[in-house]
Ligand binder design. Structure first.
Ligand code: FPP
Length: 251
């Protein structure tokens, strides 16, 4: 594994990695266990991904932990996911502090159970001055809902004359998203073989490289993340330009 990590070019790291952690339910089913068993094991992969990013120097990691659509799941599963969130935050606070990791959240946090909101608030507050890695949890998050809110908030400012219609540009929109403090995503990973975006960071993924793997989330370990980064580093990001233009910039 060390050799895989050694192959990574530290000067071409993705600044922001976002992950759709998928396949917990199928992982559990394969072993004849209830779905929540998959989520419990998924927490270990969350830890691995955070550690891997911290080890190599990725600055931003965003995890899709609970979507607006996930509220339609069986009550018992929602309850377990929320309980896992609370217990993980309690258990990991020390390690977040030790590793200089700042916790951030995106999504309609007010929809979460009070206990989860409180725990999140506390960890966000306690880690707010940490600088090495910003870990963002997307919770009760839906990208379309986020964009609708942006439009409402910007319109309100225009109506109230706090903002001129002509002033609306990409920067203004960025500043109204949940992710206003985060850079664009460079690499988006989805596990479990599904090749969809599923209402995750639609605006923020505009120029991201997409990486899909069949590995189910509870099996996704550090070496899987290093492999995804190596794949990313072998791609040419052109942002609409030609290969020749990119080569000239790099010379
Ligand atoms: C997708 O698998 C996974 C989720 C909806 C939740 C992810 C949550 C965790 C890994 C644990 C808690 C998180 C934190 C941050 C401590 P799925 O249930 O959709 O799997 P399936 O597609 O195989 O059914």
């Amino acid at each position: 594994m060390e050799s895989l990590k050694a192959k990574i070019n530290k000067t071409k790291l993705p600044n922001h990695i976002a992950i759709i952690m998928d396949g917990n339910g199928r992982w559990a089913k394969k072993q004849g266990k209830p779905r929540v068993f998959g989520h419990k094991n998924g927490v270990n992969s969350v830890r691995e991904a955070i550690e891997a990013c911290a080890e190599i120097g990725v600055n931003y990691l965003t995890l899709y932990a609970f979507s607006t659509e996930n509220w339609n799941r069986p009550k018992i599963e929602i309850k377990t996911l929320m309980a896992l969130l609370v217990s993980s935050l309690r258990k990991e606070l020390k390690s977040l502090q030790k590793n200089d990791i700042k916790l951030n959240t995106i999504g309609n946090i007010k929809q979460l159970p009070e206990k989860a909101q409180k725990e999140l608030e506390e960890v966000v507050k306690k880690t707010k001055n940490n600088k090495t890695l910003t870990l963002t949890l997307a919770l009760s998050y839906g990208s379309r809902e986020e964009i609708v809110n942006v439009i409402k908030n910007i319109s309100k400012k225009v109506v109230n004359k706090q903002l001129k219609f002509e002033e609306i540009d990409e920067k203004i929109i960025n500043n109204h998203l949940y992710t206003f403090s985060l850079p664009d995503v460079d690499l988006m990973i989805r596990t479990s073989g599904e090749k969809r975006i599923s209402n995750f960071l639609l605006w923020q993924l505009a120029y991201a490289e997409l990486y899909f793997t069949n590995t189910l989330w509870p099996d996704f370990k550090k070496e899987n993340l290093f492999n995804a980064i190596l794949d990313y580093q072998n791609r040419e990001r052109r942002f609409g330009k030609t290969s020749e233009q990119i080569e000239n910039i790099n010379e």
